[in-house]
Each structure stands twice: as structure tokens, then as C-alpha cells.
Design a protein around this ligand. Structure first.
Ligand code: AKG
Ligand code: FE2
Length: 472
């Protein structure tokens, strides 16, 4: 250990000062023959003992710090931030040690490769990989622990969080608000996956919006904050609307084909119960045979009671199961997580696990960049540059790989793990930004950017504010 036992692995070990070995012929006067190398294992351990001890001690300390939360039966302990921080430190620590160890081991390996490759030395040479392998394995372990123990990262990828949000009376009241709205139902606000819907911000009367704001602030905001761990002021509704499915009206829409939403997470609140069929189906997209959605893909059906709200990552593949009778109304919110206040440019100081270390966030971000570049290439002749095409491909590849990765790591949570949370406590804190920031994209610095893909089709319909206003 330390300096005392250090020797250069490229040179054979020095001969002992006494007890010179005899030559096979028994000639005591002949020159000493170098000893075959001793087993690499003890010296490896000796050499790295100090490092390994420090590593183990720090690891133990960090694990002790986080163990309470890792083993906690509930995910929503107040100190989960510390857990994530500790796991992040463990991961970084492991990387540093793996780097130091691999530097030391490289020299040693070269030495053994040059030796006569008899069985034992080959075996020992393989053994010398063990510390590296174990460090890589512990890095992988730490990395996945970091992800899996963190509700802001993996849990939200495949988990549907559910809570009772509204009373049946309040649900009926919201349907009435839609019936007395300033505008009619529309069918072209979501061109790729059309629904018969009504945007609350543009169509609802002011007094009704005020009432909804209160409900959202006091019930939906705490729910989002607790499930995602993101402060409520960093949350913005990009689109909030009522969807109407009808098996009563001739030619009415009864269901919605499989799709993903263009947002960070979606909230779906059931407003009615006089229908048959219906519900929301979540798919395990990793196994999706591209365009052919059939019953062989594992899926999870959710048919919550009236007034129930559920929240899921928007990029989970899902569909609206058709109804066979009656009318089904839902209130849907497509939510974004912003790093900056788009007006004041104040940073929300989000934890990296809410953003760049969050696979779901990354996937949505890459997808947004890809969609933006694609729309620019389609609509603007002057941007048909290689640079744009190259970037578009890069973002597509990144989006696609994080998408597959998120489905893969979320495999054990096939959308069926529900966590009941209800916090109707009136905190007095303002809620998320429900109405002001709709149909808007922000860049990495919090500046508004035009996103043709999502906004162009919608902008013209915001007649009460005008398309120009929205993008200024
Ligand atoms: O009908 C449902 O429950 C799903 C609705 C939905 O996914 C959407 O509006 O984007
Ligand atoms: Fe959807």
C-alpha cells in the first residue's frame, strides 16, 4: 500500500536481498535468475488498497445519507432532492476512481501481456480486469440507481399518477361552462390527431376561467409539484382544452387513435360518467411495430371515476378508447416545464434532474428542436441548407434514441403504477401559469421562439389576441 510497496509493473520485482534461489543445476556461484512474477492479485490489492478504502468510505457515507430515501416506501419524501444529490455524487466519485484505477491497471496489463502466456499468467491477466469491470459495473449501478430512485427522471417516464381532483358537481359545472363559451367546438386545433375540442383560454368566459384558475392553483398545482418535483411557477400550460367524445351525435368522434402529445407532461381529467366504453390506453412503445398498433403490444387501460385527474409524460404512446354509448367529456392540459420566466428572464433554478438529467425532458426537448427544424425546412426555401438538414438529423437521432431508452428503462413500470395523492390544502401560493403562455416555445435562454410546427396551425385561431401578439 502507498509508496512503500510501490513498484514499476513494467519491470520484474526486485530480487530479495537474502535467500537467493538456487539454479536447477545447484551451481551456487552462477548469477541469480530473476524470479517469475508473483501473483498480480495481492499486489493489485495492495497497490490500490488506499484508493479502494477511501472510495468505500466515501461511498458508505453517501449511501448512508441517501439510504433512508432509497428504501422509503413512499416516493414523495421531502428529502428526495438530497437523495438525488447524493446519488449524483456517488456517480461522479465512481467515475473519478474508475479513471485512476484504469490508468494504473493499463500499465500492469501491458506487463502481463508481454510475459510467456501460460495458463496461469493469462488467468491472472484476466483477473487484473476485475477491478476495472467492478468499477464499470458500480458506475452502471450508480447511474441506474440515480435514475430509478428519482421521480423527476425515470418514474415519470412510464408512470401514470392519479388523484381525485374534482367533485361530480364541479365536473358538471365545467361542462356547463363549455356550453356557454364564447366560441364553438373546433376540430382542427390538433391536425395530426384531431379531437372535437375547445381551448379554454380562447373560448371560456372570464368569470369561468377565474373559477378554474382557483381549482387548478389549489389542487392541480400541488399535485404536479408533488409528482414531478418541479416548482409550480416553472410549469406552463401550452394548451388547456375540453374534449368531447360523442356516440349520440351523428358522425361524432368516439375515440382517439394512438399518439404522443407535443408537451412535457399531460393532465387528463374526466368530467362525465354517462357513457359506456372509453378510458385511456397506454402502450409499451418500445415493442411497437412502427405503424401497426395492434392488440399484441402490451398496454394498460385506465378508466378512472368522474373527477379523477391523471398525469403522465406526454411522450408515452396513448390513445382514447372509443365509447359505445353516451358522451365523454375530458379536460386536457398539455404542460411545459420552463427553465426561465419568459417575461422577466428570471431563472427558475431547476434541479438538473428536472431538466438535463431527466430522460423525459431531454426527449421532449430534442423532439421540439427536430420538429422546429423540420417545419422550417418545409416552409422556408432559404433554410434548405445542409446545416439545417444535418441538425435536423442529429436532433431526430437524439430524440429517437432517448425515446427508445426511456421506454427500455421504464419497462418495469408499464403505466400501471398509481400513486394516490391529494393535497387540497390551500397554500396561498400562486399556481402554475395556466393561461398566459399558451402555444409558445422557449429556447435554452428563456427567449420565445417561433415554432411553426405547433403554432402556425393554431395561431390564426387566437382571434381574441391575434397571431402577432402571441409571438412577439
Ligand atoms: O381520450 C383520452 O383519454 C385521451 C385524450 C388524449 O390523449 C388527448 O387529448 O391528447
Ligand atoms: Fe393525448
Amino acid at each position: 500500500m502507498g509508496k512503500k510497496n510501490k513498484h514499476n509493473p513494467n519491470t520484474p520485482r526486485p530480487l530479495p536481498t537474502s535467500g537467493t534461489p538456487s539454479s536447477p543445476s545447484g551451481d551456487q556461484s552462477s548469477k541469480p535468475v530473476p524470479l517469475p512474477p508473483t501473483s498480480p492479485l495481492p499486489s493489485l490489492l495492495e497497490d490500490n488498497l488506499l484508493i479502494l478504502l477511501i472510495y468505500a468510505a466515501v461511498l458508505r457515507m453517501l449511501i448512508k445519507q441517501s439510504a433512508k430515501d432509497i428504501t422509503s416506501p413512499t416516493f414523495f419524501s421531502d428529502s428526495r432532492r438530497e437523495t438525488c444529490d447524493a446519488l449524483l455524487k456517488i456517480t461522479m466519485l465512481t467515475v473519478i476512481f474508475s479513471f485512476i484505477l484504469s490508468l494504473k491497471l493499463r500499465k500492469r496489463l501491458e506487463y502481463y501481456r508481454k510475459k510467456q502466456p501460460d495458463f496461469m499468467s493469462r488467468f491472472m491477466s484476466c483477473m487484473s480486469y476485475l477491478p476495472v469491470l467492478s468499477v464499470v459495473a458500480s458506475f452502471a449501478f450508480c447511474f441506474f440507481m440515480t435514475l430509478f430512485s428519482n421521480p423527476e427522471a425515470v418514474q415519470t417516464l412510464r408512470t401514470v399518477f392519479k388523484t381525485q381532483m374534482l367533485t361530480p358537481k364541479e365536473c358538471k359545472e365545467i361542462i356547463k361552462m363549455a356550453s356557454r363559451a364564447k366560441m364553438d367546438w373546433t376540430t382542427d386545433r390538433h391536425p395530426a390527431v384531431p379531437t372535437v375540442d375547445m381551448n379554454i383560454e380562447e373560448a371560456f368566459q372570464e368569470k369561468d376561467k377565474k373559477q378554474l384558475t382557483e381549482i387548478f392553483d389549489f389542487r392541480l398545482s400541488p399535485f404536479i409539484e408533488k409528482t414531478l418535483g418541479v416548482p409550480r411557477r416553472a410549469v406552463r400550460a401550452d394548451d388547456a382544452f375540453i374534449v368531447k367524445y360523442s356516440a349520440v351525435e351523428k358522425g361524432g368522434q368516439t375515440g382517439l387513435k394512438p399518439h404522443t402529445d407535443e408537451a412535457y407532461f399531460s393532465v387528463n381529467i374526466l368530467l362525465s360518467d354517462d357513457f359506456e366504453g372509453g378510458g385511456t390506453r397506454f402502450y409499451q412503445r418500445e415493442l411497437e411495430p412502427l405503424d401497426d398498433y395492434n392488440s399484441t403490444i402490451p398496454s394498460y387501460d385506465l378508466s378512472p371515476p368522474i373527477g379523477n385527474a391523471f398525469l403522465h409524460r406526454s411522450r408515452i404512446l396513448h390513445e382514447g378508447i372509443p365509447i359505445s354509448k353516451g358522451e365523454r367529456y375530458i379536460l386536457v392540459l398539455f404542460m411545459h416545464i420552463d427553465q426561465f420566466d419568459y417575461e422577466t428572464k428570471e431563472s427558475f433554478k431547476l434541479h438538473p434532474f428536472s431538466t438535463w438529467l431527466n430522460v423525459g425532458y431531454m426527449e421532449s426537448w430534442f423532439n421540439e428542436r427536430y420538429q422546429g427544424l423540420k417545419a422550417e425546412l418545409i416552409e422556408n426555401e432559404s433554410t434548405q441548407s445542409l446545416h439545417h438538414k444535418y441538425l435536423r438529423t442529429v436532433f431526430y437521432t437524439l430524440m429517437y434514441s432517448t425515446r427508445l431508452f426511456s421506454d427500455f428503462i421504464g419497462k418495469t413500470h408499464p403505466g400501471g403504477k398509481f400513486i394516490e395523492i391529494m393535497d387540497s390544502e390551500k397554500t396561498g401560493e400562486a399556481g402554475a401559469n395556466w393561461w398566459q403562455g399558451q402555444h409558445m416555445r422557449l429556447n435554452e435562454f428563456g427567449d420565445r421562439v417561433r415554432n411553426e410546427h405547433t403554432c402556425a396551425a393554431n395561431s390564426a385561431k387566437f382571434t381574441n389576441r391575434g397571431a402577432e401578439d402571441i409571438f412577439k
